[in-house]
Design a protein around this ligand. Structure first.
Ligand code: SF4
Length: 294
């Protein structure tokens, strides 16, 4: 990671940003470019891995290495990239439909591994690219304009799922508060371990319920809140408080860093520890006979 700030222009591409006017994705894009610039991350050593959906286009708009992957598989690609070259800064950008629907298995599994990457969920409750079907974070009973009937499924809370899966940094921010989003993304990137940033991202074209006005009335920032685990004895208390706070939804919606624990070894550290042990004590060589049997 470079130490000094880099000009934000370096992180912009010439691609036409074709999201709908007013889309929350613009806020995420700006916040992410500002975060990279302020952290002074070398574009050549930074990778954005995106999934399928409106959010997936972000890999084309940020001038770093970009991999626009398969639906639901961005986290799996990102894990492979990080393990192949742990020196790279790897960021996943994908929607709630991508990561918590088809990709939910990867979202959970990467938590068990604590791979040192940043996972950003563009959380708008709809599948915007395919005309606004209900996505995993849309609450039951909500009827957005593309739905013939109210949503019949309960919503997944990305923060609760991340806490339960082993993410060691769990945060929520808001796409229209670019400064907050930028600071949250910066904290997630600098965190050693797996970080979730759930970004509440209004989709003005298809989600006519959770609009900017709807969020503006409800969102508040966590204050007098210490998310950092400093010793093992604090884990239970901090994770329980984070869990309860993350459940708050309705008239009041908190944003901020809910939980952070850097004491858990990353997957990269675990592998590094395992490899020399393996090399020192390789398993006994097995000969295969002419019939192909051991
Ligand atoms: Fe944004 Fe929704 Fe338009 Fe997609 S459909 S670009 S999420 S406003």
């Amino acid at each position: 990671m470079a130490a000094s700030k880099i000009d934000i222009k370096l992180y912009k591409t010439q691609e036409w940003v074709d999201w709908c006017p007013g889309c929350g994705n613009f806020g995420i894009l700006n916040a992410e470019q500002m975060a990279l610039a302020e952290l002074g991350l070398d574009p050549k050593r930074t990778v954005i891995v995106s999934g399928i959906g409106c959010s997936g286009k972000i890999a084309h708009f940020v001038n770093v290495n970009g991999v626009h992957t398969l639906h639901g598989r961005a986290v799996a690609f990102a894990t492979g990239i990080k393990l192949a070259n742990p020196e790279l800064e790897v960021i996943v950008n994908a929607g709630d439909g991508d990561q918590l629907g088809i990709g939910v298995g990867h979202f959970v599994s990467v938590g068990r591994r604590n791979v040192d990457i940043t996972v950003i969920v563009h959380d708008n409750g709809v599948y915007g690219l395919t005309k606004g079907q209900a996505a995993p974070t849309l609450p039951r009973g909500v009827k957005t304009k593309a739905l013939p009937e109210p949503n019949i499924n309960d919503a997944i809370n990305p923060l609760l799922l991340a806490l339960a899966s082993g993410y060691t940094f769990v945060a929520r921010t808001y796409a229209y508060d670019v400064k907050h989003a930028k600071e949250t993304i910066k904290a997630a990137i600098t965190h050693k371990g797996l970080a979730l940033v759930d970004v509440l991202q209004p989709c003005p074209t298809y989600n006519n319920i959770n609009t900017k006005e709807w969020y503006d009335k409800r969102i508040y920032k966590l204050e007098n809140w210490d998310p950092v685990v400093r010793s093992e004895s604090e884990i239970e208390d901090k994770i329980t408080k984070a869990y309860l706070k993350a459940r708050e939804w309705g008239d009041k919606i908190p944003i901020g860093i809910f939980y952070q624990n850097e004491a858990v070894p990353t997957y990269e550290d675990r592998v590094e520890e395992r490899v020399p042990t393996y090399l020192k004590n390789p398993p006994a060589k097995q000969e295969i006979d002419k019939n192909g049997k051991f």
